[in-house]
Structures are given as structure tokens and as C-alpha cells.
Design a protein around this ligand. Sequence first.
Ligand code: BGC
Length: 539
Amino acid sequence: MAAVPLVLRVLVTTRHMWTHRGPLQHLNGYILRLGKFSHQSKFQRKMYHYGTFPQGFSWGVSSSAYQIEGAWNADRKGPSIWDTFTQKPGSIPGNSSGDVACDSYHRLEEDFYMLRALRVKSYRFSLSWSRIFPNGRHPSLSQNGVDYYNRLIDGLLAYNITPMVTLYHWDLPQALQDLGGWENIDMINIFNEFCDFCFATFGDRVKFWMTFNQPHTIAWSGYGLGEIPPNVKNPGIAPYRVAHNLIKAHAKVYHTYDDKYRASQGGLISIALNADWIEPKDVNIFREVLAADRALQFKLGWFAHPIFKNGDYPDAMKWQVGNKSELQGLSNSRLPAFTEQEKSFIRGTADMFCVNHYTTQIARHATLRLSPQSYKYDHDLLEAEESGSPSTAITNQRAVAWGLRRLLNWIKEEYGDPEIYITENGVATDSKTTWDDTGRVFYYKTYIDEALKASDIDGVKVKGYIATSLMDSFEWLNGYKVGFGLHHVDFTNPNRPRTPKYSAHFYFRKDFIWSVSTSRWKRSQYLGQVCSHSSQSVQ
Ligand code: BGC
């Protein structure tokens, strides 16, 4: 057979092309969503906007259990997959681990002190599943674990700080990994059992729940690339299967909350999805715009489309994975399908849109290889850094503030104008940065201003902003080499002293910065604050 270019083969030979919306419809959607920004000059993009967020806007900071708690085996806590991974020599730079981390399990008062000093309205933290159920199942319940979270929640409420609780921030009980982890469909009921217990136990006081943190990272980095636990390297199949289970597990937990707890507890529940903004390499070239749209659908849409739209995966994904699978000689798409019943169970299972955002990438079309099978190659595009923006302590995470406004607008248009909480946003500095983190102040100022533009100018319903993070902590594969904290933590000192960085003072004064920053007397008052607090340290 004469050599036929792959692109043509894709278009000519597949049965999927007739069953799903074709590329042009996606393109139209993208142009509609982005049209307002496509002619913005670089200068306009960077202009500063003065204004305020609406009344009741929720300012907060974040953490997660494995990153801060330490006490990895205290009081009957069971091991998680992160304990297993980090304790294996060579896994993390410097062989560091979360064994002690910030020791927050023993230092709640110090964490409260920082939160109060910041005057935040909310604190996002996660529950360590194996601290509550050491082997992942209810019969193993540890009252000590429950007591710890009760103390944390009660302490926050006593200081008028709203707890925002993530039920799963990556630290699966090892005993459940031994059953196959998220590849095992039984995990849907097992996770539901854990969440049901948490609603019953903490839901009288917790009114803001997130099921999973960044399911994309769990599925792709955990089961595709195999970089994070459980380190499964199966890039063509496992991420799709795992995501399928995660979406069903999320929906099940949402319904449990809805059916059993909402009426008496009156809280909200959602899922924290991560999304970079993806800008086309050239907004005037159709296929580059299409590639950027596809990238967003493959990352954010993978989870958001079923949950916020119609119970099903985005057309762009069904089209791409279906076609590639067929060209690979498979009889079924590697992307599993939901039944009609499952679709209606999944659709609408979130009360608000929670998004974690750090950076922007530039996408361009590329026809990628068929072998080996990979979620990544299924995208048919390449991504690059936004080279005009400042680099940060993490490669590939440039500070591209304007991307946040575009992302928020995209979410508004794509998902029917939901209420949006930015549940993570922040920047890394190297671990030597103990006080002077002006780069972080610049990052927060510019990113928050873009969120403000989205709210104030574009009418996006931005309801809250959570700075990542409260303090330097165990940064996963980066160990302690970088810190995202508003507070520095001295990890060489057994007392883990916490000290505010310059950015902590900035974040504390954000109200002033955004509303009346032109008045001179206020400016000197702010500088006075910075100076008077600069030696403050929590021991
Ligand atoms: C994770 C956070 C982490 C941050 C910076 C996010 O993807 O959800 O736990 O602190 O990245 O590494």
C-alpha cells in the first residue's frame, strides 16, 4: 500500500469521525471563548487593574496532610503510599520524606498562630486517610486520628476560620494499594465508606468539601508516567482506567453527601481540578488554536466535562483516543465509555468549581507517534514554556499571570458560569529563601490582579482565593529543595520554627493593596507593618 500521511489516514479510516462532533465545532467554541483576548497587546495584558473583590470573598491558605503533618506512624497511623515511596532510598532528593515534615501533628497551636496572624478567612487542608482508618477500612478506626482533626477543626472555628477539607490529597493507605489502588473498581465503595465516615464525624462543622485533589495528577503522574506513587508506568491504558474510577468515586461520594447529609449539614462539595492555561502558539492559525483547545479538554475537560457538563468525556478526547486506538489495531477505544445511567449519575456532581492553577503553556499541533500507546501522544500536540515570562525555582513553571484571567474566562464559558474558587495558586522559591521573597510577592500581586480582572471586568464568579501555601512543606518529588510557603520552616531544627517571609506580610495586607493602594499614608502604614513584623517568629 502506498504511504498515506498519518493525518489523512486518521481522517479517512476511522469510524469514530462520524459519531462525534468534528474538530471544527471545537474550534468555534474556543474562538468564542477566547475572542475577547486574542487582540490584546502584551502591554494591555500586563496593565494593572484597581478594584476590589465582592463582599464575602474568601481569602485563604492551603496545606495537605502528607506535606505538613509528619508523625507518620504515631498513635497507630497506618502507612500510606507516600510513606512507602519516600522511605525507599533514592526516591526523593536528599532521601527526604514527610516522616516529620513540619510536624504539624504535634504543632497545631503554631499553625493556628500563623493563620490568625495572616487574618485569613479559610484554611484548606486534607485528611490523612490512614491516620483515621490505619488500613483504609472502617474497622481499623483510630480515635487518635479523629481527635487530631477535631482539634484542628474546632481550633479553626474558634478563630473564625472556615475549614476547607480535601478528603484525598494523594496519600492512599498502603493497605489499599495492596488491593490494586485506584485501578481496582472496589475503591469506589471503599472511598465512599471513608468519606461517609468523615461527613458523619466532621460535617457538623465542615461546610466545604473537596473529594480529590488533582485527579489528573493521580491518573497521569501516578499510573501513566509512574513518577509518583504508586509508580505504575502504563501510559496508554492505566490513566484512563484510573480516571474512570476516580470520576465514579467522586460522583458516588457527592451523592452520599447529597442524600444523607446535605439537608442537615448544609455544606458544599466539589473536586479540586488542576489546570494550566494553554495558549495557542499562533492564535491566527486554526490548527494551533484547535491544539490549545484539545490540550485543555484532555487535562481539565477529562474530569470537568463529565462532572460539570454532560456526564461524559469531551468530544475531543473521544475523537482522538478512539481514532488512535483504532489505528493501533484495538477493537475498543482505550478511553472507557460511561453507560447512560452512569452519565446521569455523574452529571452535575459539584456545587462549585475548584481549580488549582500555577502556570501557562504554549501549545502547537503535532502529529504524534502511535507507539508506544500513551495518553500524552493521544493529544497530538506539543507544549512549551511561555518564554517571555519570569522563570521560577521549578522548571516549566513560569510566572504567567495573564493566563489566570483567560483560564477563569474559559471555565465560565465552558462550564455554564459556575462559582469558582481558586483552591491553589502560588510559586516556589529555593529553600535558601527565608525572608526576602519579593518574587513571590510579585507573583501574588499579579496573579491576584488577574483574578480581580476576571471578577470585576469580565463578570466571572470568583468566590475565593487560596494561596499555596501556608508554610514551606514537603514538596513531593522536590522534597525540601523548594518552598511555596508564606512562612519559612527550618527543617534542620527539631522544633521546626516557622518564620514569616515578606510575602506573608503582603498577603496579610492584601485588602489595602487592592482597594486604596494609591493613598500615601496607607502605604507608609503598610511598610510599618512589614518592619514591625519582620522579626516575628513562631517557635
Ligand atoms: C499540589 C500541592 C503542591 C503544589 C506545589 C500541587 O500540584 O496539589 O500539594 O504543594 O503542587 O508543588
